[in-house]
Design a protein around this ligand. Structure first.
Ligand code: FES
Length: 343
C-alpha cells in the first residue's frame, strides 16, 4: 500500500492509503473523500492534479483532458494515476472545500420554474425541499455542478449551476435539449412545475481562482454560460474588483439566451461587459458574424494585462479557445476550463 498525501490549494492535506492497482481517485473515495471527478476514465480532465513526489504509472487518457506537455511536467489525472512506491504526494488545483467527505449529499428538489429561453434551451429552477435535514438552503461555489435524476429512473445528468449559493435552497440551470436525450426528452415532454427531482451535489473543481487584480475573461459556448454566469454573479454580489468581460458564442440568433441575466450583472458590477457572438447571424442581427474564439484571438494581443481565462462549453470550443490563448501568448495555467462532454 502506498501512503498518498494530497495538498489542496488552501494548504489542507488529505492522507490515505492506496492499494496496488488502485487509482488515487478510487483510493480517496474508499477512504471517504470524494474528489472532483466526472468521467472517471481519463476523458473529462476534472480530476487533474500535479504530482510533487513519488513514482507512479499513468494510464492512457485523452490528450484534451491532459495535454502531453502538461503530462511531462508532472500533471496527472487522478483517475488514471497508480502509485508505484511507498509514498506519493500531489498538489490539487482547488481548495479543500471541493472535497466531499462522507458521500455526495443527495436531496429532493421540486421544479419551481421551467421555461424555454431559446431554441432547444430551457431554464430549469428547482427548490430544495424546505424540510431538508441540513436546513442550510443550498450552498455551493460558482462553477460547480449537480447531478439530476428523475425519481424512478436510473439515469443522471450533470448540469452546472447558474445562480449562486443561497439560503432559500434555489438552484438554477440552463439545459440544452438534445435530440434523443433521455433527460432532455423528459424535460421537453413530461416535466411540469411541481415535479420532483433528485439532486446530488454540489460537485466539481471548476471555479474562480484567487489571482489578485488580474482581469478575468469568460468564454461560453451555448449553455456553457451557466457556470460562468454563476461566477460573474458571484463577482457582482461580492463587488470583486477585477475587470471582467464575457463572450457568449452561439451558432444562430435563435439560440441566444441569458441576456436579462447578463444585463443585470452589467448593471451591478462595474468593469463588467459582455458580447454575444453569433456565428451565422440572420439579417436582423445587429452585428457581423463572430465567434468567441475569433474575439479572444483578436483582443488578447492588445490586452494591457494578460487575463485569466475561464472557458466552458463543448470540447471543440474549449480546445479552440485554449489554442487561441496559447497563440496569443497566454500561459496554459491562466486557462481554466470545464468541458461539456456528450453523454
Ligand atoms: Fe478523471 Fe474525468 S474523472 S479525467
Amino acid at each position: 500500500t502506498t501512503g498518498v498525501t494530497l495538498t489542496a490549494s488552501d494548504g489542507e492535506r488529505l492522507e490515505f492509503g492506496c492499494a496496488p492497482g488502485q487509482s488515487v481517485l478510487d483510493a480517496a473515495a474508499e477512504a471517504g473523500a470524494a474528489l472532483p471527478a466526472s468521467c472517471r476514465r481519463g476523458t473529462c480532465g476534472s480530476c487533474r492534479a500535479a504530482v510533487t513526489g513519488g513514482p507512479y504509472e499513468h494510464g492512457s487518457c485523452s490528450p484534451q483532458a491532459l495535454p502531453p506537455d502538461r503530462r511531462e511536467r508532472g500533471e496527472v489525472l487522478l483517475c488514471r494515476t497508480f502509485p508505484g512506491g511507498d509514498r506519493l504526494e500531489a498538489a490539487l488545483p482547488y481548495p479543500s472545500s471541493r472535497i466531499i467527505h462522507g458521500g455526495v449529499p443527495e436531496r429532493e428538489g421540486v421544479i419551481t420554474a421551467l421555461e424555454t429561453v431559446a431554441r432547444e434551451t430551457v431554464r430549469l429552477e428547482l427548490r430544495v425541499e424546505p424540510d431538508d435535514a441540513a436546513g442550510d438552503g443550498c450552498q455551493f461555489d460558482p462553477g460547480q455542478f449537480m447531478d439530476l435524476r428523475v425519481p424512478g429512473q436510473d439515469y443522471t445528468r450533470a448540469y452546472s449551476l447558474a445562480n449562486t449559493g443561497n439560503w432559500e435552497g434555489c438552484l438554477e440551470f440552463f439545459v440544452r435539449l438534445r435530440p434523443g436525450g433521455l433527460f432532455s426528452g423528459w424535460l421537453r415532454d413530461g416535466a411540469r412545475v411541481g415535479d420532483r427531482l433528485t439532486v446530488r451535489g454540489p460537485q466539481g473543481a471548476f471555479g474562480l481562482r484567487e489571482t489578485g487584480p488580474r482581469p478575468r475573461w469568460f468564454v461560453a459556448g451555448g449553455t456553457g454560460l451557466a457556470p460562468l454566469l454563476s461566477m460573474v454573479r458571484h463577482m457582482a454580489e461580492w463587488q470583486e474588483p477585477q475587470p471582467a468581460r464575457l463572450f457568449l458564442g452561439v451558432n444562430e440568433e435563435a439560440e441566444v439566451f441569458g441576456l436579462p441575466e447578463l444585463k443585470a450583472v452589467a448593471c451591478e458590477l462595474p468593469g463588467f461587459s459582455y458580447e454575444i457572438c453569433v456565428r451565422r447571424p440572420g439579417p436582423s442581427w445587429p452585428g457581423p458574424p463572430a465567434t468567441p474564439v475569433d474575439r479572444v484571438a483578436a483582443l488578447l494581443p492588445d490586452a494591457p494585462v494578460p487575463p485569466d481565462l475561464y472557458v466552458c462549453g463543448p470540447p471543440p470550443l474549449v480546445e479552440a479557445v485554449a489554442g487561441a490563448a496559447a497563440a496569443g501568448g497566454l500561459a496554459p495555467e491562466r486557462v481554466h476550463h470545464e468541458r461539456f462532454l456528450p453523454t
